[in-house]
Design a protein around this ligand. Structure first.
Ligand SMILES: Nc1ncnc2c1ncn2[C@@H]1O[C@H](COP(=O)(O)OP(=O)(O)OP(=O)(O)O)[C@@H](O)[C@H]1O
Ligand SMILES: [Mg+2]
Length: 308
């Protein structure tokens, strides 16, 4: 449904997006996971036709997206990172405004508005001013505006950022519902647990590059199925790794200031690890052992933590 090949964009010296390629099918949820400045928004803007790429191509429903592709752009829905709503207007009025821009006629528009308000579960608040809504509700109106014209491909830029867990849950269900209707969803986030739960496939992005791409199981192979110990505290991770070399067996995943992460064969290794640390007079403020998840994969691929 959408195919992206070798897409790149520079802003002066900043290489914001470097040769990214991937494709997304009908009904699929594809996630871009990356920290601030990774190039997620720049990628999305190019794919929606809001920003001209320096090189590369975007093919939607078999047709290449170009600056003049007005018809093709009707098949694209875009939900921006910043909500673009008029606080003094109600949800219905806001949606009327957006629908007008898409060229929808009154009767059809009214029908569509009712439909999307139901989808985002705001029918009962439709007449209230958007300025009186919670942040999560505003995000839902924003989302409704992006899918009003029933596009085949929907781009969402951090639709859940800054929303509380309950609100995030509601938004994720809306995204699932849209995918179930056959839309291709391309969405960005920096919430790893969310990407792992929601997405059929994920692209891990950092410094404009896609470093890993696939479903969770494929990405997990970068680290391997198993357990990792994460120790945090007031210590030098690299020094600690060196000290532990002889009294503890486990491959070092990452060592840095205040963090040592090691891959272990079995969860029972935790006791030995702690004992070895104590043997060197080092205490951890925070210690956890977990099975390989997207956080570990991200650390392995980028050499840093997403929370930084
Ligand atoms: N219009 C612009 N002019 C100059 N530099 C830009 C512009 N837009 C983005 N950049 C730079 O390109 C890089 C990628 O930015 P982008 O907004 O795509 O990242 P992002 O992954 O969406 O980040 P965030 O999670 O903070 O939204 C950053 O270094 C940013 O400063
Ligand atoms: Mg962004």
């Amino acid at each position: 449904m959408i195919e992206v090949k070798g897409l790149s964009k520079r802003f002066g010296d900043i290489h914001a997006v470097r040769e990214i390629s991937f494709s997304v099918e009908k009904g699929e949820i594809f996630g871009f996971l990356g920290p601030n400045g990774a190039g997620k928004t720049t990628s999305i803007h190019m794919m929606c036709g809001l920003l001209t790429p320096d090189s590369g191509s975007i093919i939607i429903n078999g047709e290449e997206l170009r600056p003049g592709s007005t018809e093709l752009r009707r098949q694209i829905g875009f939900v921006p990172q910043e909500t673009a709503l008029y606080p003094e207007l109600s949800a219905t009025e806001n949606l009327r405004f957006w629908g007008g821009l898409y060229g929808l006629k009154k009767d059809e528009l009214d029908r569509k508005i009712e439909e999307v308000l139901q989808l985002v579960e705001l029918s009962n608040r439709a007449k209230d001013k958007v300025g009186t809504y919670s942040g999560g509700m505003q995000k839902r109106v924003n989302l409704a505006a992006g899918v009003l014209h029933n596009p085949d491909v929907v781009f969402m830029d951090e639709p859940t950022a800054g929303v509380d867990p309950q609100g995030r849950f509601a938004i994720l269900n809306i995204i699932r519902e849209l995918a179930a209707k056959g839309k291709a969803i391309i969405y960005t986030t920096h919430y790893m647990d969310e990407a792992q739960k929601l997405c059929d496939r994920i692209a891990i992005m950092d410094f404009g590059e896609i470093l890993g791409i696939g479903n969770f199981e494929t990405l997990r192979d970068e680290v391997g199925k198993g357990f990792q110990i994460f120790a945090r505290g007031d210590f030098d991770g690299a020094k600690l790794a060196h000290q532990l070399k002889n009294d503890f067996e486990g491959e070092v995943l990452h060592s840095g200031r205040g963090l040592l992460a090691v891959v272990v064969a079995d969860a029972t290794e935790l006791g030995r690890f702690v004992a070895a640390m104590k043997g060197h007079g080092v205490n951890a403020d925070d210690l956890k052992i977990k099975e390989t998840d997207l956080e570990t994969v991200f650390l392995k691929l980028t050499g840093r933590e997403l929370r930084d």
